[in-house]
Design a protein around this ligand. Structure first.
Ligand code: ZN
Length: 285
């Protein structure tokens, strides 16, 4: 008797139109119907599967399932095809900084950005082909005075910008400008390398957080760079992949002092000397 009753109920259920306006109430009814259908030993696997398939295919369109607020990515303009000049990186970063920042940026980031603007205005940021491949930039300064030093940017960055976009490529410039800002404030010591790097990496983190508050764009860029290197291996794609992987590592610290310190030490910085720093003029990479 019971199986017959289930069969009678199950029959009309399959005819129920799943394509009509799925709302929370509808879905809840249909889920209950599916449960009943599964419980009915006479339903037959195919009928259960068909019902389940149609139900779950509808869920992504259902109003109940899309209450998540889709913000979209507030993005700067699309990636340019030509190599980026320092001037273009500054303009792209400026547009991002002024136009898209909904909240007041973190104070050290604001100061580092102001330093970048001064340095660029005095033509003290330039590409340099002599930096080793694993060093993206440097800040060279005189610790005896607060005279502005010079930022050197690995010329690879000009090309990397064509893959990952100007705003992310600008990260090296904001890191070095973070050192320049510390120098202006009298806080940059040639001996306290680790502390200086922590401060600069924190500025770097704040910049990334401004560009990509939830890390979605960086995750996407890592995947994109990984695929590019897999499908079309090249020195540029390898560099872009290494660069975005580094950015993602910085983003993942969440800006926490201890985690940034861990990252700084992992990258080989030690107090007393920065890696590869044999020059007389103190340099920060
Ligand atoms: Zn540094």
């Amino acid at each position: 008797m019971v199986p017959l009753l289930w069969a009678l109920i199950a029959g009309p259920l399959l005819a129920y139109d799943l394509d009509d306006s799925p709302t929370a109430a509808d879905l809840s009814v249909k889920v209950a119907e599916l449960r009943n259908l599964v419980a009915n030993t006479r339903s037959g696997d195919e009928r259960v599967h068909e019902f389940a398939r149609r139900l779950f295919e509808r869920i992504p369109d259902a109003q109940v399932a899309v209450h998540v607020k889709l913000r979209g990515w507030d993005m700067e303009r699309v990636t340019e095809k030509d190599a980026a000049s320092i001037d273009r990186l500054m303009r792209s970063a400026g547009a991002r900084f002024k136009t898209f920042a909904e909240e007041v940026p973190e104070p050290d980031l604001k100061d580092a950005y102001a330093s970048a603007t001064v340095l660029h205005g005095r033509d003290r940021i330039a590409y340099d082909s002599s930096l080793p491949g694993n060093q993206m930039g440097s800040y060279r300064y005189d610790p005896r005075t607060t005279a502005w030093g010079r930022v050197k940017v690995n010329e690879w960055i000009a090309q990397v910008a064509t893959v990952i976009g100007d705003a992310f490529a600008f990260t090296t410039l904001i890191h070095e400008s973070g050192h320049a800002d510390q120098h202006q404030k009298g806080q940059l010591s040639p001996a306290a390398v680790v502390l200086g790097e922590i401060a600069a990496f924190h500025v770097e983190y704040s910049w990334l957080k401004l560009l990509d508050p939830h890390g979605e764009r960086l995750a996407f860029l890592c995947t994109k760079a990984l695929n590019a290197q897999k499908n079309e291996p090249s020195a540029l794609h390898a560099m872009a992949l290494a660069y975005v992987t580094h950015l993602f590592e910085v983003w993942e610290t969440g800006g926490a002092f201890g985690k940034i310190e861990e990252l700084v030490r992992k990258r080989g910085y030690e107090d007393g000397h920065a890696p590869g720093n044999g020059a007389k003029t103190p340099t920060r990479s």
